[in-house]
Design a protein around this ligand. Structure first.
Ligand SMILES: [Zn+2]
Length: 302
C-alpha cells in the first residue's frame, strides 16, 4: 500500500528552502482536544504568535490522514533551538542518546523535517491509525532521503530539554520505523492526493482574517502566589500543567521563556527582564489572543 498524503489546501508553496535533510523531529501539537482539526491544520499552515507557518512539514490527523503543509523542500518552523551534540550524532549516524539534558543553542530546521500528530499532550489517546501513519510518513522520508531511522528520527524532547513531546516511547517508535522501511522497500513513497470533502472546511479556516482575533487585556501582574484563569493561559504558553497556581515551577519556566525570547528576538526588540514575573511586556510578547483560548501551542517556538 502506498502512503497517501493529502495536500492541505493553502499549503505553503514558497519560503525558505531546506538544505540536505539529515533527520526528522517528531512532535505533538499540544492543541486542545476540543479544537476542530480544520482549525489546527489551518493554524499550523499559517503560523502562530511570533512564529510564521508552516509549523511542521507533515501533520497527522486522528484518523491517520497525513497532511502536507508545505511543498517538498520548504523549511518548517518546528524544532526551535536544540543541542548541537544531537545534530552531530544524527550526521554521524550514531544512535539517539535519549532525552536532551539542556535546552541547546542551535537552530537546525533547515536540516530537520518536522512531523507532528494532532494531540493535546495532556493524556488524549493516540488512535492506532494515527500512530501508524506517523511511522509510515517517517519511514517514507527515511527512504527518500537516505536517513537511518535509528539515528535520524528523534522526538522533540530528545532535541531540547524545553520540550516534552511526543508522549509515546521513541525507542519503540524508531523500531517501528525500521521495520516499515526494511520490510517494504520502495512501497512507502509519497503519493500526494486531494481530499475534497475536507477542503471547504480547511479553506474557511484558512481565510478567517487574523483581525478577527483580539489581544487579551493584561490582567495585572502575575507572579509567584497568583491564582487565576490568566495564570492557566501563561502555563499553557510555557508548556506547564495549567492548574492556575503560579508556583515555583511556573516562575522558573517563565524565566526560561523570557530568556529564550530574548535570545530569539534580540536583533529586533528590547529585551524582557528575566525575572519570572508576567508584567505587561511579557504578557504582550506572549501574545495571547482570543483564538488561543481554543488552541494554545505549548510555546511560541513549538
Ligand atoms: Zn514539538
Amino acid at each position: 500500500m502506498p502512503l497517501n498524503v493529502v495536500s492541505a489546501p493553502g499549503r505553503k508553496t514558497s519560503g525558505r528552502s531546506m538544505t540536505t535533510p539529515v533527520g526528522i523531529v517528531v512532535h505533538h501539537t499540544a492543541s486542545s482536544a476540543k479544537a476542530s482539526e480544520s482549525n489546527v491544520i489551518a493554524m499550523c499552515i499559517r503560523g502562530v504568535a511570533k512564529v510564521p507557518g508552516p509549523l511542521y512539514n507533515y501533520l497527522i490527523g486522528r484518523d491517520g490522514t497525513v497532511y502536507s503543509l508545505a511543498v517538498d523542500g520548504l523549511k518548517a518552523n518546528h524544532a526551535g533551538r536544540g543541542n548541537k551534540s544531537v545534530l552531530d550524532r544524527m550526521m554521524k549516524g550514531q544512535p539517539v542518546s535519549g532525552k536532551a539534558a539542556t535546552p541547546g543553542q542551535i537552530s537546525a530546521n533547515s536540516r530537520l523535517f518536522g512531523v507532528s500528530i494532532i494531540n493535546d499532550g495532556l493524556g488524549q489517546d493516540i488512535p492506532t491509525p494515527q500512530y501508524e501513519a506517523c511511522v509510515a510518513i517517517c519511514a517514507s522520508l527515511c527512504d527518500d532521503h537516505n536517513i537511518n531511522p535509528l539515528s535520524g528520527v528523534i522526538g522533540h524532547s530528545e532535541w531540547t530539554s524545553r520540550k516534552v513531546d511526543p508522549t509515546f516511547d521513541m525507542h519503540d517508535f524508531r523500531q517501528a520505523v525500521v521495520s516499515r522501511t526494511s520490510n517494504v522497500p520502495g512501497l512507502t513513497r509519497l503519493v500526494i492526493a486531494e481530499k475534497p470533502e475536507q477542503e471547504a472546511a480547511l479553506v474557511a479556516a484558512l481565510t478567517t482574517p487574523k483581525e478577527q482575533t483580539t489581544d487579551l487585556t493584561f490582567p495585572g501582574t502575575l507572579k509567584r502566589g497568583s491564582r487565576s484563569e490568566s495564570v492557566k493561559l501563561v502555563q499553557r504558553r510555557i508548556g506547564s500543567t495549567p492548574d492556575g497556581i503560579y508556583g515555583r515551577r511556573t516562575q522558573a519556566r517563565v524565566k526560561l521563556w523570557q530568556r529564550e525570547w530574548n535570545k530569539q528576538r534580540a536583533y529586533t526588540s528590547n529585551a524582557l527582564s528575566v525575572d519570572g514575573v508576567v508584567g505587561p511586556m511579557t504578557w504582550k510578547q506572549m501574545n495571547f489572543r482570543d483564538i488561543d483560548l481554543d488552541w494554545a501551542p505549548n510555546s511560541f517556538f513549538s
